[in-house]
Design a protein around this ligand. Structure first.
Ligand code: GAR
Length: 217
């Protein structure tokens, strides 16, 4: 099977992007990181991508103002130019229009630093600590129009320690993100993930609810 052409969309440092690039260096990995696209020309991840010989593009959202559909159309043109099969959002901090998410339905992944459906949105580690969560983690899911929703492909959990700072907890979750994002993209690129009634089946087996997760550290 030929490797899927993946675009990674970033807005910042791109550590998840780097984890995907590392995974794709293995010739047996079913996806090729064909493009890194940023909405910010100063995103640190662009430097990492170029250092790894990955093609980069920038579509600045600012000139589009509130016209999300026009910004998304500009991104779509770039993705088509590069013959992209799958899109991975990796710290891409823009809301997307329904037209764009619809076009990429079940072909666009996102990583979120919480065990969805808990803690959608920003400041997830601080909110998990404030809520007294015993378990926290990260989720890779298909993107739907609603933010931080959509069928879960893979989750990874960590135990929350009584002594945790926001940073310490965030670092353990980030380490989990770097494991589950390449693993989830592998499953999708190998065509092993189907969405039935809003839920992912992997090799025909439903992804377990996050309540079934045991923390790894
Ligand atoms: C990651 O923790 C990612 O899960 C989060 O932004 C960070 C980006 O870091 N994404 C979201 O919060 C999206 N809702 P990175 O640029 O080093 O990958």
């Amino acid at each position: 099977m030929s490797r899927k052409r993946v675009a990674v969309l970033i807005s910042g440092r791109g550590s998840n992007m780097a984890a995907l690039i590392e995974a794709a260096k293995n010739k047996s990995y079913p996806a090729d990181i064909a493009l890194v696209l940023s909405n910010k020309s100063d995103a640190g991840g662009l430097i990492t991508a170029r250092a790894n010989g990955i093609t980069t593009e920038v579509v600045d959202h600012a000139p589009f103002g509130k016209d999300r559909a026009a910004f998304d159309a500009a991104m779509q043109a770039v993705l088509e130019k590069h013959g992209i099969d799958l899109v991975c959002l990796a710290g891409f901090m823009r809301l997307l229009s329904p037209g764009f998410t619809g076009h990429w339905q079940n072909r666009m992944l996102n990583i979120h630093p919480a065990l969805l459906p808990a803690f959608k949105g920003l400041d997830t580690h601080r909110r998990a600590l404030q809520a007294g969560a015993a378990v926290h983690g990260a989720t890779v899911h298909f993107v739907v129009p609603e933010m931080d929703a959509g069928p879960t492909i893979m989750q990874g959990a960590v135990a929350v320690h009584a002594t945790d700072s926001e940073d310490a907890l965030g670092q353990r979750v980030l380490a989990v993100e770097h494991q589950i994002y390449p693993a989830a993209l592998r499953l999708v690129a190998e065509d092993r993930v189907r969405v039935v009634d809003g839920r992912c089946l992997i090799d025909g087996v439903p992804v377990p609810d996050s309540s079934a997760l045991l923390p790894s550290g």
